[in-house]
Design a binder for this molecule. Structure first.
Ligand SMILES: Cc1cc2nc3c(=O)[nH]c(=O)nc-3n(C[C@H](O)[C@H](O)[C@H](O)COP(=O)(O)OP(=O)(O)OC[C@H]3O[C@@H](n4cnc5c(N)ncnc54)[C@H](O)[C@@H]3O)c2cc1C
Length: 389
């Protein structure tokens, strides 16, 4: 914000405070506190159609009753399932990987096969190695050709994960254990090697109650500090903005780093597609961890598994953008009209917000692309007092 805008907002703030001091209290109306903090200064995202460099599609592996984490038998083999993380796999994978490894420790052998090389397979493989297993990954595709590479990928441990009405107390317990482990693990991996950083997220809103947030699934000990920025304290075209710290994962850096760690620890990778369960039984290993994500539907005949189609449109990178946004300049016209979010990364400014249930197509949905890009253009063009960078 330039000096003139600062003075203007500062002046308005002073007027606001004076007016508030004199005005009688209106009992039923929400209290709007005058700005007390200096206005947040943010460089503006250059959102424009001619800045689009690519659009990507990924199918999130969603199960209405949540991920599957359990040990099973396949002929004489022990088969441990770890799949169905919806829109939360980048966030939760260390948690379910650690829990899958606990199940694997019951086996007498210390050689394991991991099926799948997305984030769930790679973290499972690393956890097994850390516990003394010799591991081979078998996967049809490896990074960058996995759904995990198509992720936005913020700390979103409950996104597209479970339908709240049909979850069980046992699953809730598994989730809470997973989220605690994963949150701590990701924190310890922050830094350039794994491409994980903390940035500040802003959610523009006209609803001051939105700051309460909260999610019944989340354990109480996972804190999520939020601040409601008052009018004049933020540059967004809404009355308020919610400010909170957010963990950002750069998928291409992160997944490559996990793969490198796996190989450094003596892991082997075999490119192989399993067409049927019979194929799985031919594996040399007697302990198999299934991390095939959406592939588990056909392979293990899971009736619940379905895609939540995601689509990201990426703009030319802007290294000065060190904040993310959730939501647009206005609330969606209808609740199902969609949400938007922006995540800055070294490989581009990522614009997302698409989640289409049970859509298996890998073609670009032009209506969604237009909605997501246009609503971001509207948001960033309306940011106050900021010079276009
Ligand atoms: C647009 C978008 C945004 C997202 N944003 C976030 C976010 O902000 N935060 C977050 O936490 N998560 C996010 N996610 C979700 C996250 O990306 C997924 O939950 C995660 O990638 C799932 O990982 P996975 O390893 O189970 O699956 P995948 O990455 O799909 O890996 C599956 C692996 O199994 C292999 N495989 C499958 N079938 C077979 C077979 N028959 N034979 C052999 N190999 C097979 C594949 O080749 C691949 O190697 C997002 C996803 C999308 C698409």
């Amino acid at each position: 914000m330039d000096r003139r805008s600062l003075l203007k907002f500062g002046g308005l703030a002073a007027v606001g405070m004076a007016a508030q001091a004199c005005a009688p209290k209106a009992a039923a109306k929400p209290v709007v506190t005058a700005p007390t903090r200096p206005p947040v200064r943010l460089p503006r995202v250059n959102a424009a159609w001619d800045r689009v460099i690519r659009t990507t599609i990924g199918l999130r592996p969603h199960r209405p009753s949540g991920f599957v984490l359990k040990a099973d038998k396949l002929d004489s083999k022990t088969l441990i399932h770890n799949f169905g993380h919806g829109g939360s796999g980048m966030s939760l994978s260390w948690g379910t990987a650690s829990m899958a490894t606990d199940l694997a420790m019951a086996h007498t052998e210390r050689t394991a096969a991991v099926m799948g090389s997305g984030v769930v397979g790679l973290t499972s493989a690393r956890e097994l190695q850390r516990h003394g297993f010799a591991v081979t990954i078998y996967a049809a595709t490896v990074p960058p050709d996995t759904t995990s590479n198509m992720s936005l990928a913020g700390w979103t441990p409950t996104s597209g994960l479970v339908d709240f009405k049909i979850r069980t107390p046992e699953w809730d317990e598994q989730f809470r254990t997973a989220v605690r482990i994963a949150y701590r693990r990701l924190q310890l991996l922050t830094g350039p090697k794994y491409g994980i950083t903390w940035i500040t997220n802003y959610a523009p809103t006209d609803n001051e109650q939105a700051v309460r947030g909260g999610n019944v699934l989340m354990p109480d000990d996972i804190t999520n500090p939020r601040v409601l920025l008052q009018p004049g304290e933020h540059p967004f075209p809404t009355k308020y903005a919610i400010e909170r710290p957010e963990m950002r994962i750069e998928p291409s850096i992160y997944l490559d780093a996990l793969m490198n760690d796996f190989l450094l620890w003596g892991g082997k990778v075999v490119i192989r597609k399993f067409e049927t369960l019979r194929d799985v039984t031919t594996l040399g290993e007697n302990l198999v961890i299934n991390c095939t994500g959406l592939g588990s539907k056909a392979l293990f005949n899971d009736p619940e598994l379905m895609p939540l189609k995601g689509q990201l449109t990426i703009l030319v990178p802007q290294s000065e953008i060190l904040y993310s946004t959730s939501g647009g300049a206005r609330a969606p016209v209808t609740p199902d009209a969609g949400f938007i979010h922006m995540m800055p990364r070294s490989d581009g400014i990522v614009l997302g917000g698409t989640s289409i249930r049970d859509d298996w197509s890998l073609t670009i949905n032009e209506d969604e692309r237009k909605r997501v890009v246009d609503t971001h253009i509207e948001l960033f063009n309306a940011m106050r007092g900021m010079a276009r960078t």
